[in-house]
Design a protein. Structure first.
Length: 321
């Protein structure tokens, strides 16, 4: 196996991700020794009481483990979205942040927060998903969904929709009556994993896992879409139908991730291109490696966000941008 292949092999990336995740869990404003961190995690998974101090156990299990798991989930999900979008629309610049889908989800999430999520069916995730769907439709309609979407048209359409959604979000925040609502809404515009809790992990983990499994079954179709619509028709694949299906699923994914951790930009753009330089364009190797590397990338970014400033957390969107 060549060095490039070894570096991006699923086993190598999985081991590296596990190592970095444990280091990230043990590091923070209070540093916990690695052996204590591992003992706490193993004891909790086995259902026994950790031998470590209860306060240390609470820091590790209640605060840091959910946060690192959310970072892994969001990183894998955003990388997945980038890989699939770039293949679906045959555009190397496609990703949720640049195409305005994440900004659309942020508008919905901000509205839900300021109105009160309890008064809205499906709450913040439902509104974020609706915003992502509407932004997706707007971008594809502007760029020309029934024709081959050029890079210029797609980027311009995405920039226009993104600017419109950012303006709408800022207007909603400006009109907010209370300071607490404004502070909560600011969370969605900058991205943060600080509110990660065990009970909030279920939906993003479920959606990312389900879509990862689905798209891993679509590797041949993604390869064909990347090569062009003419070849897809020759092989009996309805490229337009697949494109609409994939974009709808990715809007769901983006909405759930924005509802969980706000806007985290450029992960879906940078990770696929970085991994592709090692694996090549074949999705059989690209997609599994991108999922793992995306998780690794965001765990490291969140670790930097937590530790760069002694006073507190930086928004993770600042680190990734």
């Amino acid at each position: 196996m060549r060095p490039k292949e070894l570096l991006t092999a699923p086993l190598t990336l999985s081991l590296l991700l596990a190592l970095v995740a444990v280091c990230a869990i043990s590091t923070g404003s209070v540093t916990v020794p690695l052996h204590d961190t591992i003992d706490i995690i193993v004891a909790k998974l086995m259902g026994s009481t950790p031998a470590a101090d209860p306060a240390m156990t609470d820091i590790i299990w209640t605060l840091r483990v959910p946060r690192v798991l959310l970072a892994m989930t969001a990183g894998a999900g955003l990388a997945l979205a980038g890989v699939v979008m770039q293949a679906s629309v045959q555009n190397p610049l496609a990703e949720p942040f640049i195409l305005g889908i994440a900004s659309g989800a942020s508008v919905g999430a901000t509205l839900a927060i300021l109105i009160g999520s309890a008064a809205i069916p499906f709450g913040v995730p439902g509104c974020a998903f609706l915003g992502a769907i509407l932004a997706t439709l707007a971008v594809l309609l502007l760029a020309g969904i029934h024709r081959r979407v050029s890079t210029v048209k797609l980027v311009l359409a995405g920039a226009a929709i993104s600017a419109l959604c950012v303006a709408a979000t800022n207007f909603i925040v400006y009109m907010a009556a209370d300071a607490e609502g404004m502070q909560s809404a600011a969370f969605w515009t900058m991205g943060s994993l600080a509110d990660a809790k065990w009970h909030s992990l279920f939906l993003p983990v479920l959606i990312v896992t389900a879509l990862a499994v689905y798209f891993l079954s679509q590797l041949r179709t993604l390869d064909v879409l990347l090569l062009g619509e003419e070849l897809a028709v020759t092989l009996g694949i309805d490229a337009s139908a697949k494109r609409r299906l994939y974009m709808g699923l990715l809007a769901l994914l983006t909405g759930v991730l924005v509802a969980s951790c706000g806007i985290i930009g450029f992960v879906g753009l940078v990770v696929p291109h970085l991994v592709r330089s090692f694996t090549g364009a074949s999705h059989r190797r690209l997609l599994p490696a991108a999922l793992l590397f995306g998780a690794l990338f965001l765990v490291v970014a969140d670790l930097l966000a937590r530790t760069l400033l002694p006073a507190g957390d930086l928004p993770i969107g600042i680190i990734t941008a």
